[in-house]
Write a protein that binds this ligand. Structure first.
Ligand code: SAM
Length: 267
């Protein structure tokens, strides 16, 4: 099943290593939800969706331990999904499906609703239209008491990272081959980080960045630090705090720009 035929993304050319992220596990999400007064669905009989699951390792690990729950993963990288599907078949798992699909084609009509939705390492690296879909899709497909986990790089904290990213991307712009881009980017960052005996705050920041990316594999470095999309700035209308009145009938919403709104609470 695919509506993404023929797309050849950067993630297909340079395969992103498949990882497992404990912070996205429904057990953890349900625990946090419970501590915050929600009544999340039991993780033993829930439906979990992962947007941009890559090769699916994160979901496969969950599915193999939670046989009464159902897992759906989608990703645009065809070869990553194919390797995940082969692993699922090899393990004989019946409760997980991986689809080669753009997240914008994941709809409630097609997949129904979910109790947990995960989007790890996606939001900050996709165009605005995809970001908007991620939020709208979660709203449309989450069950009541459902929980979405969306990781992102927020400004202003990410400015330091964007400093080295800007230099490296400028330096490698005219190289076509990913391997050469990676080599050149690592080279310019090392050169600048070591360029002064007496460091100033600028060089200190670049040194810290050099020490961060030196630990990355080439594939992660290529996508996380050299890709086109930048981190996502904090928006003035972002919700920073949300409180229900003691009788549960009103909800107060505090936004990043300092505004406070009071609404009738949803059912
Ligand atoms: C940085 S990787 C993260 C993969 C995995 N979630 C992780 O955290 O390791 C980004 C993933 O998003 C996928 N992706 C990017 N845009 C997408 C889209 N519009 N629809 C589906 N997947 C997309 C890429 O193919 C890639 O696998």
């Amino acid at each position: 099943m695919s509506t993404t035929k023929g797309q050849n993304t950067a993630y297909q050319k340079v395969l992103y290593p498949a990882g497992i992220f404990p912070q996205t596990h429904p057990d953890r999400l349900a625990t946090i939800g419970t501590l915050r007064g929600m009544r999340p669905v039991s993780i033993n009989c829930c439906r979990v969706l992962e947007l941009a699951c890559g090769a699916g390792n994160n979901l496969i690990a969950m599915a193999s331990n939670l046989s009464g729950s159902e897992f759906v993963g989608v990703d645009l990288a065809k070869n990553a999904i194919a390797s995940g599907q082969a692993l699922v078949a090899g393990l004989g798992l019946e409760n997980i499906r991986l689809h080669h699909l753009d997240v914008r084609h994941v709809t409630r009509e097609r997949f129904d609703r979910f109790d947990y939705i995960i989007a790890h390492g996606l939001y900050s690296w996709v165009p605005r239209s995809v970001r908007e879909y991620i939020l709208a899709g979660c709203r449309e497909m989450l069950n009541k008491q459902g929980i979405a986990y969306i990781s992102y790089n927020a400004q202003p904290g990410n400015h330091l990272r964007d400093l080295s990213r800007g230099i490296m991307r400028y330096h490698v712009a005219h190289f076509k081959d990913p391997k050469e881009k990676i080599r050149q980017a690592r080279g310019i960052l090392k050169f600048l980080a070591e360029s002064r005996v007496k460091a100033n705050p600028y060089i200190t920041a670049l040194k810290a960045e050099f020490e961060r990316v030196v630990k990355y594999t080439d594939e992660v470095f290529f996508h996380d630090d050299l890709s086109e999309i930048k981190s996502y700035p904090i928006q003035p209308d972002w919700v920073l705090a949300l409180r229900f009145s003691p009788d549960g009938r009103k909800v107060a919403v505090g936004r990043y720009d300092g505004s406070l709104e009071i609404y009738d609470a949803p059912e």
